[in-house]
Design a protein around this ligand. Structure first.
Ligand code: ATP
Ligand code: MG
Length: 414
């Protein structure tokens, strides 16, 4: 299709946007989770170190470092300095031989690395002393780096997943747009194609008039009549095309209580003269206990008129047309328009609801038509929640059956 590129581009954009949004969200979530865990580990550790400081500072108040200091957490390493010289330290497996000097003026909580081990240190001044409490954080660091790897892996996995989901969603979302777009393109192509025929007939007729400038209108009556007929045809097609586009866009429904018998009678009145003039039998009957349905009256009438129009068009003299309504259970009503006309072959029945389709028999006969009527009928049937089907036999006759919901009858009717 001409505009396939537009769809491919839009789809790519949509996939990219969805994937980007999902991935950004995942990255933000990962950053949040990682920093939350990291911060909470540090906060808890600092609190524990500070508690340890209080625990041990009470013990060397007595100014004696002769007794070993008892630790709240035996894993902690404690160094107590007086100035630069060390006064007390706990034995440990990390740097027993290589005692850290109190060479920095630094106090507070910080990270440090000794002999390849990671520590969180709390260095707090107490009078002349500096107390340094260290806790090994290798296992916490390892857990955090495992978590980071896991989050990065999840990020990649979610990227893949987001891409697959975005592909699926974009395909689903664009499908109806693509279908209606293609329908529009087909419609415009078909419509212009169908309009071309009557226009070229008119053109050739006008040219033939120009070729005989001395003829009178009377001489050329036949030519003018053909041109007039084609003009009428174009006019009818244009108004039908307009009603088709309206039917597609304005799906506003005005439901009301409709007396089917009265509706049939109105339609009958407007066709009876044509029936008499064309020498055809036209009748209607309703076999209904309750003759009311709640439906959009003008839409239903339009639909029946399209079918009656066809029935008149595709019948000859002495043949008959009949409209009938019956109840189908409590909730549905069936309206049928039947004729004893030319009928529709089995293979054509599949296509008659398509725009611009006309059977070969219809085209071969001199019956005018553009093949739009039934496509409008089908659309209206859908709009009023009904459906339409055809039963026909070539040469015997045709019956169109409309099935409509009765709807909720509003009370207080006469
Ligand atoms: N009652 C019928 N009997 C036989 N053939 C029919 C009948 N109704 C429809 N058809 C066939 O279905 C085709 C489509 O009908 P449709 O009403 O859509 O178009 P049309 O009557 O040809 O033109 P128009 O747009 O003017 O109504 C007709 O051309 C005809 O071949
Ligand atoms: Mg028709």
């Amino acid at each position: 299709m001409i505009n396939n590129n537009v769809f491919i581009k839009t789809r790519k954009k949509l996939i990219f946007t969805i994937t980007l949004v999902v991935e950004l969200f995942m990255i933000l979530m990962s950053v949040f989770i990682y920093s939350y865990f990291k911060t909470s580990i540090v906060v808890n550790m600092d609190r524990a170190l500070y508690e340890e400081y209080h625990f041990i500072s009470n013990q060397f108040n007595k100014d004696s470092f002769l007794n070993p200091i008892i630790l709240q957490n035996p894993q902690d390493i404690v160094y107590i300095y007086e100035g630069d010289s060390i006064r007390y330290y706990t034995r440990n497996r990390y740097f027993d031989q290589n005692v850290p000097k109190n060479n920095s003026k630094r106090t507070g909580f910080y990270y440090e690395i000794y002999n390849g081990y990671n520590f969180r240190t709390a260095k707090i001044k107490k009078g002349n002393y500096t107390v340094s409490i260290m806790r090994n954080i290798d296992s916490e660091k390892e857990s955090l780096s495992h978590m980071l790897v896991l989050l990065i892996l999840t990020g990649f996995l979610s990227l893949l997943l987001a891409y697959i989901i975005a592909k699926y969603i974009s395909k689903k979302a664009l499908k109806p747009i693509e279908i209606s777009w293609n329908n529009q393109v087909n419609f415009v192509q078909d419509a212009s194609h169908e309009l071309r025929t009557p226009v070229s007939i008119i053109q050739s007729k006008l040219e033939s008039l120009l070729r005989n400038p001395n003829s009178t209108i009377e001489d050329e009556a036949e030519t003018v009549a053909v041109a007039m007929r084609e003009t009428r045809q174009i006019k009818k097609m244009i108004s039908e095309l307009l009603s088709l586009t309206k039917e597609e866009s304005i799906v506003k429904i005005n439901n009301e209580n409709v007396d089917i018998e009265a509706l049939f009678s109105d339609i009958f009145e407007s066709y009876i003269e044509i029936a008499e003039y064309q020498n055809k039998k036209f009748s209607y009957k309703t076999k209904m206990k309750n003759k009311f349905v709640n439906i959009d009256k003008s839409k239903l009438e339009h639909l029946i008129r399209i079918l009656v129009d066809n029935a008149f068009k595709y019948t000859k003299e002495n043949e008959s047309i009949d409209i009938e309504a019956v109840e189908k259970g409590r909730n549905r009503v069936q309206i049928s328009v039947s004729d004893t006309g030319i009928g529709i072959s089995q293979s054509d029945q599949k296509h008659i609801f398509e725009r611009f389709f006309r059977s070969d028999t219809a085209r071969a006969s001199s019956i005018e038509g553009s093949g739009i009527g039934l496509s409008i009928a089908k659309m209206i049937a859908g709009t009023i929640n009904g459906n339409i089907r055809v039963v026909s036999k070539l040469g015997k006759g045709t019956k169109f059956i409309i099935d409509i919901p009765r709807g909720k009858i509003v009370k207080n009717i006469r």
